[in-house]
Design a protein around this ligand. Structure first.
Ligand SMILES: Cc1cc2nc3c(=O)[nH]c(=O)nc-3n(C[C@H](O)[C@H](O)[C@H](O)COP(=O)(O)O)c2cc1C
Length: 264
């Protein structure tokens, strides 16, 4: 958050520290993730105001955990402080450089020419039977943007900051069998990942915004966008140029040691 509130996370800090305690004594936890959690919690207690009862009790519990990190600190960093990407292919560089950005420069939405190129790239993604049963709707009109950004829950604190949105819309008319009802989500998601990387390639940053899957919200957004009932919003993507002085959370990823098995 900009500016950061003096006191935050009171709703879930106790649960978070308790979970960290449990995971830190489990042999099934990945070291990289434990190190990340330890770094973030250490930083949290360094910056947060310690007046609240729940923060005080959580700090006490955190201090009682004897955890020794094996790697250097993994806390939020400035967008301009890019990770070290030496000796990587251009594709790897693009992938490792991407991170969700929530703080954007003012008026930094992409031109329609860039948006068209990005969407054309995204449409090269695979889709079931090549049905491509989804579409993109780009919005940078301030009034429409403000209406749309009132709907998702996950934009609290940074909605006003978002210069443009890409709405990803699935189309059920492409899949009429019950067994295929999830395919719009798979197709659109495969394409959306290409969209994120394509924007990154052209110097723009993104953040996927969760679309709450409920009837009321679906009706509201379909009405704003004039969509028929067989079209379903799947996700919103915030798009713009990162404010280089804005913070980016250190999102520790799992790796192949925990997320890959071979011939088992
Ligand atoms: C389906 C989906 C929904 C998401 N919803 C939100 C959201 O509502 N608000 C938000 O700030 N970030 C949202 N994100 C971004 C994730 O928090 C982010 O991708 C994750 O923390 C990993 O960070 P990274 O993208 O920098 O690697 C969403 C991501 C996905 C894939």
């Amino acid at each position: 958050m900009q500016p950061r509130k003096p006191e935050f996370a009171t709703d879930y800090i106790e649960e978070t520290v308790e979970t960290f305690k449990g995971c830190s004594s489990s042999s099934q936890s990945a070291t990289s993730e434990l190190d990340w959690a330890f770094s973030v919690l250490t930083e949290y207690f360094r910056v947060v105001k310690l007046d609240h009862r729940k923060i005080q009790s959580s700090l006490k519990l955190f201090q009682s955990i004897n955890y020794l990190p094996k790697s250097s600190s993994k806390i939020p960093y400035l967008h301009k402080a890019k990770p070290d990407l030496e000796h990587r292919s251009e594709f790897e560089e693009l992938v490792y450089k991407r991170a969700s950005v929530r703080w954007f420069e003012k008026n930094s939405s992409p031109s329609i020419d860039i948006v068209k190129r990005v969407v054309d790239i995204s449409l090269q993604a695979p889709s079931a039977c090549n049905r491509q049963s989804f579409e993109y709707r780009f919005v940078d009109n301030k009034d429409l943007l403000a209406k749309l950004l009132k709907l998702p829950g996950g934009v609290t604190g940074f909605a006003d900051n978002i210069p443009s949105l890409m709405v990803v819309i699935g189309d059920y008319s492409g899949y009429y069998l019950e067994r295929d009802r999830h395919l719009i989500y798979i197709d659109a998601s495969l394409s959306s990942m290409m969209l994120l990387l394509a924007f990154e390639n052209f110097g723009f940053n993104t953040c996927v915004l969760n679309w709450p899957e409920n009837d009321k919200k679906n009706k509201e957004i379909n009405s704003i966008l004039n969509l028929p009932t067989y079209k379903r919003v799947i996700m919103l993507v915030a798009v713009g140029k990162a404010d280089c002085s804005g913070g980016v959370p250190y999102s520790q990823k799992k790796d192949s040691s925990t997320s890959l098995t071979v011939n088992e």
